[in-house]
Ligand binder design. Structure first.
Ligand SMILES: Nc1ncnc2c1ncn2[C@@H]1O[C@H](COP(=O)(O)OP(=O)(O)OP(=O)(O)O)[C@@H](O)[C@H]1O
Length: 229
């Protein structure tokens, strides 16, 4: 069976000259289609870097990254950006919404730029699905943190990606709101049959995923067995 995400012996360094840091060290892992993975580990262990590598936003120095069986290495930057746009939804801790656009525009405009003819109708449906049907015309500054993260989630899901990656999506939220966002992430990925990789410091949130993968000092410390293999 083709894996949703497959890394083999990935080495990755970031930074220049004396500031260059060897972050990922021989990382190999496989994520089944439809799995929800909680990616955990101490601060600085490389979780965000690994997530960005899985999402095709960082390229490894060596080793291979395959998404749905496709090796990302031969893709040039344009092809990689198109691949990401079609297949991968990304949610960040700090929402990354455009402050001058309404909730609806934040979701619809990227869809429109990607060539969707029904961008505004789809954006409206996505915002309704995350419970924001009554907030379409609000600007990010008029929304709570949890609502802003729902807009970001709607934006990530709008192109119907097969893979959703979320980097500390609850990091700027209080505990109860954070738990609601994880509920929503898990419900959305189940409904759509997507694969989810969630970076979190919170072990109790990570345990709600099908499986946790633990990183330490850039190496996989523990990966568990996929329940869906
Ligand atoms: N662009 C960069 N240049 C140099 N070093 C970097 C760069 N990005 C990350 N690092 C370093 O790589 C290591 C891993 O960072 P990363 O953000 O992946 O860890 P993390 O486990 O997600 O940490 P946290 O939980 O604190 O967010 C850290 O020591 C960090 O300082």
């Amino acid at each position: 069976m083709v894996k949703a995400i497959e890394l083999h012996d990935v080495e990755l360094s970031l930074g220049r000259g004396a500031a260059r840091v060897h972050i990922l060290k021989g990382v190999s892992l496989a994520v089944e289609r439809g799995e929800a993975i909680g990616l955990v580990g101490p601060s600085g262990s490389g979780k965000s870097t690994l997530l960005m590598t899985m999402a095709g936003l960082e390229r490894p120095d060596s080793g291979t990254v395959r998404i749905d069986g496709e090796d990302l290495a031969p893709l040039d930057e344009d092809a990689l950006a198109r691949f990401r746009g079609r297949r991968i939804g990304i949610v960040f801790q700090s929402f990354h919404l455009l402050p001058t656009m309404t909730a609806l525009e934040n979701v619809a405009v990227p869809l429109e730029l990607a060539g969707a003819s029904d961008a505004f109708a789809r954006a409206r449906a996505e915002l309704e699905a995350v419970g924001l049907g009554a907030r379409l015309s609000h600007y990010p500054a008029q929304l709570s943190g949890g609502e802003q993260q729902r807009v970001a989630l709607a934006r990530a899901l709008a192109p119907d990606p097969a893979i959703l990656v979320a980097d500390e999506p609850t990091g700027n939220l209080d505990e109860a709101t954070g738990a609601q966002i994880v509920d929503l992430l898990l419900a959305m990925k189940r409904e759509r049959g997507a694969t989810l990789v969630l970076v979190t410091h919170d072990q109790s949130l990570a345990r709600r995923c099908d499986r946790t993968i633990a990183l330490r000092s850039g190496r996989i410390e523990r990966a568990g067995e996929p329940a869906l293999a």
